[in-house]
Design a protein around this ligand. Structure first.
Ligand code: UDP
Length: 313
């Protein structure tokens, strides 16, 4: 049988690079495309010696040219942390809309199956808790997070249109908060912020009163769920995330205690439209993918701490 070929957009990013590794380990050739705007070549440099791995530096908001056979496209290109999309609002909108259009066009041209990386942000500040795939969300289109949320909502709509109109094979994953090695230390997210602050003995910055909740998934669990979705027959969005929910204040305390740090918590202003709660309902993923997360937060945080220590010191 001919070896399958997967294109990963955003392949030099946190999730993209783990995905490239997973695909290679499943004996699938990988063409990684990234413009390195928020991605980092160090995330994939160890793969350059692999003959089944190719890297193309390219901005996928422009026409994507890949020679030869393509069986799968995993569209992961996008700034994805609140700080990034506040700094890069136009690029975020463009990669979610124009970039998704180009990726879908490539899929149609090649007869490839495409998996879109969507996000729990499509649920906005949710009024339904935990969030189930059939919830339509509560998004502020003109708020600071709107550039990401609406781009991803558009991307889902466009993907479904290609599925219905062009009979394209499409998959959509709604990714909830994920952490692990290769997360950028300074991407402004809670976890890298707390971990680097705690390791350096600086104040740990909790936004608002810290009563807002999140549910954190370790990266290997997420990648396993995404790979299962890629190979499944499920055509509608599937949540992948860890349902173990925690307040941000408790989370900060957990990080401080795990690092053995003397850091204190300080409170800062809550960013606009910061979701008050977030937890995935993963019944669908359990049913159709036979998937559930295996790594608990203590274990996952320890693995992540090792990575952050190496980066920092
Ligand atoms: N947060 C915080 N301190 C920080 C960074 C983030 O308290 O230094 C909060 C943020 O306001 C949000 C939660 O932690 O309520 C998770 O933020 P993150 O940026 O990790 O991701 P989000 O889930 O908001 O996309």
């Amino acid at each position: 049988m001919m070896k399958k070929v997967a294109v990963v957009t955003g392949g030099a990013g946190f999730l993209g690079s783990h995905l490239c590794e997973k695909l290679l380990s499943e004996n699938i050739s990988v063409v990684c495309i990234d413009n390195l705007l928020t991605g980092n070549i160090n995330n994939i440099s160890h793969l350059f010696k692999n003959e089944n791995f190719t890297f193309i530096k390219h901005d996928v908001t422009n026409f994507i040219h890949v020679p030869g056979q393509v069986d799968y496209i995993l569209h992961f290109a996008s700034p994805a942390s609140p700080i990034d999309y506040l700094k890069l609002p136009i690029q975020t909108l463009k990669v979610g809309s124009l970039g998704t259009h180009k990726a879908l066009g490539l899929a149609k041209e090649k007869g490839a199956r495409i998996l879109l990386a969507s996000t729990s942000e499509v649920y906005g500040d949710p009024e339904i808790h935990p969030q189930k795939e059939n919830y339509w969300g509560n998004v502020n289109p003109i708020g600071p997070r709107g550039v990401y949320d609406e781009a991803k909502r558009f991307a889902e709509a466009m993907t479904m249109a290609y599925q219905r109109y062009h009979n394209l094979e499409t998959r959509i994953v709604r990714i909830f908060n994920t952490y692990g090695p290769r997360m950028r230390l300074n991407d402004g997210r809670a976890l890298p912020a707390f971990v680097s602050q705690a390791l350096k003995g600086e104040d740990v910055t909790v936004f608002g009163d810290g009563s807002q909740t999140r549910s954190f998934c370790y990266v290997s669990d997420l990648i396993d769920g995404i790979f299962r979705l890629l190979l499944s027959d499920e055509k509608e969005p599937v949540n992948i995330g860890n349902p173990s929910e925690i307040t941000i204040k408790q989370f900060a305390e957990e990080v401080i205690s795990l690092t053995g740090s003397k850091s204190k918590i300080v409170y800062k202003d809550l960013p606009q439209d910061d979701p008050k709660v977030r937890q995935p309902n993963i019944e669908k993923a359990k049913r159709v993918l036979n998937w559930e997360p295996k790594v608990d937060r203590t274990e996952g945080l320890k693995l992540t701490l090792d990575y952050f220590k190496k980066q920092l010191f």
